[in-house]
Design a protein around this ligand. Structure first.
Ligand SMILES: Cc1cc2nc3c(=O)[nH]c(=O)nc-3n(C[C@H](O)[C@H](O)[C@H](O)COP(=O)(O)OP(=O)(O)OC[C@H]3O[C@@H](n4cnc5c(N)ncnc54)[C@H](O)[C@@H]3O)c2cc1C
Length: 415
């Protein structure tokens, strides 16, 4: 249990989802961009015990759970690495324009539009890059096809998609959320304490997430082209092809591009916050549906038309995928994909991350640090039966060294 938000932030456990700010309200907690290029909550007034208890119970930096069997629904397969699946498809948006412009094959955008146009939900809560500050992503409520389209793409920089989540519940109308796995787990945590989540948040759509970089990654790309933030009208990591070029457009009409592989092949570009390195659910285990890249080995070898792996994690998600296919919103290969084999082949980095978790938790614990709890995410089973003792101990020693070097520390949010 954290005493306050500062303790979560300074232990490197805040991912900046914004749920605490939404729970506490703007008078008490404000999401701020820090000098380190991340979004973090500033506690403007001390929080009362009840509010802090709810934040401790929901914050994905404090605790992230596995999916409950009853939430997944009957008939799903389950794997220690990859969680629940009611089916995995190779698919893409039925609209070729969406497929071309979206991050991968446009599945999340297609599902969101289908949900709105079929009347299943009244709005989509997701992210967008504002034109006036394209690297500073903001949460957006979309109510139409064009609205949803403006949010397409993968934002590898910081996002706080839950910073207005309680407002969505207040509306008392059906909606769907598109967000990262850590955000989704925060919403599932909240669902255990606030019955409005199950009543109004009809679908949780997510991705497989290799980690969300600080703005340093984006600034590095801009620096290579001598660009400053105020010159930009567009910053796009992906899309307009798959994976597409990282594209920077300026007010003076210049366009600068970098290939996906040149951004990702050099680990010095990544700048992942500590919480991402401590992530036990990078694959949206608690979502209804996830859409991911299915490049063999986990990396593209060139451009393609955009093929998403689509995993229905709940019976609710399976129903949505099947209805979207029937309506032509999604197109899929006729044969489903073998879930465990495809995940292992296309997301190997996520298995390695899971392998090291017990050792990392031990390391943090021995150093007297806070660390996230992962009930139901099979931390011990994976360490025992997949990673082995030697790897676990190596991870533990590695984390202890990093803590000594200050790698797990984050400064307090400046007032
Ligand atoms: C930080 C990050 C890391 C990723 N790592 C992996 C990985 O390791 N392996 C893998 O297979 N795939 C990864 N992806 C997912 C991949 O890039 C695509 O997003 C995914 O395949 C969905 O494609 P799509 O065409 O259906 O998305 P689109 O149809 O383009 O829709 C994307 C939706 O996601 C929302 N969104 C985008 N970025 C964010 C964000 N940062 N936070 C919240 N919402 C967001 C958008 O607003 C939009 O609604 C990552 C994505 C992100 C953002």
């Amino acid at each position: 249990m954290a005493r306050n938000l500062d303790q979560i932030v300074t232990n490197g456990l805040c991912i900046g989802c914004g749920l605490c700010a939404s729970i506490a309200g703007p008078d008490k907690v404000e999401m701020r961009w820090t000098p380190g290029g991340v979004l973090r909550p500033l506690e403007k007034q001390a929080l009362d015990r009840e509010t802090m208890n709810l934040i401790n119970a929901t914050c994905p930096g404090v605790s992230t759970s596995g999916m409950a069997a009853e939430t997944a629904g009957p008939g799903a397969e389950h794997d220690d690495y990859w969680g629940y699946s009611h089916g995995m498809w190779n698919g893409w948006s039925g609209d070729p324009d969406i497929r071309h412009k979206a991050a991968t094959g446009g599945v999340l955008t297609a599902l969101a539009i289908h949900l709105l146009e079929s009347g299943e939900v009244e709005f989509i809560a997701h992210m967008r890059s504002p034109g006036e500050a394209p690297i500073r992503n903001v949460p957006h409520v979309s109510v139409s096809r064009d609205d949803v389209l403006a949010g397409m793409g993968s934002r590898y920089g910081p996002t706080a998609p839950l910073s207005n989540f309680m407002d969505h519940l207040e509306k008392g109308r059906p909606f769907a959320l598109v967000a990262k796995p850590c955000d989704i787990s925060a919403v599932r945590n909240l669902a255990k304490r606030d019955e409005r989540v199950a009543k109004y948040c009809k679908y949780l759509l997510s991705i497989s997430c290799g980690g969300q970089s600080t703005l340093a990654m984006t600034f590095n790309q801009m620096a290579k082209h001598d660009l400053t933030e105020d010159e930009l009208t567009t910053f796009r990591y992906r899309g307009y092809g798959c994976p597409g070029l990282t594209t920077m457009e300026t007010k003076s009409g210049e366009t600068h591009t970098v290939t996906y592989l040149s951004v990702w092949s050099d680990k010095r570009n990544w700048h992942l916050p500590w919480r991402c390195k401590m992530c036990m659910d990078p694959i949206g285990e608690q979502a209804d549906v996830i859409a991911l890249d299915i490049w063999p080995g986990g990396s593209p070898t060139g451009e393609d038309e955009g093929f998403n792996g689509i995993v229905a994690r709940t019976a609710n998600g399976k129903g949505l995928v099947e209805r979207a296919i029937a309506a032509g919103a999604l197109e899929v290969e006729p044969d489903q994909m073998p879930f465990v084999e495809t995940m292992a082949d296309t997301q190997p980095h996520q298995a390695w991350k899971k392998n090291g978790m017990l050792g990392r938790q031990w390391g943090l614990s021995l150093k007297g640090r806070l660390f996230p709890r992962y009930p139901g995410l099979r931390v011990i089973r994976i360490a025992l039966f997949k990673a082995g003792l030697v790897y676990t101990v190596r991870q533990m020693l590695g984390v202890m060294r990093r803590v000594r070097n200050g790698d797990a520390d984050e400064p307090s949010v400046p007032a």
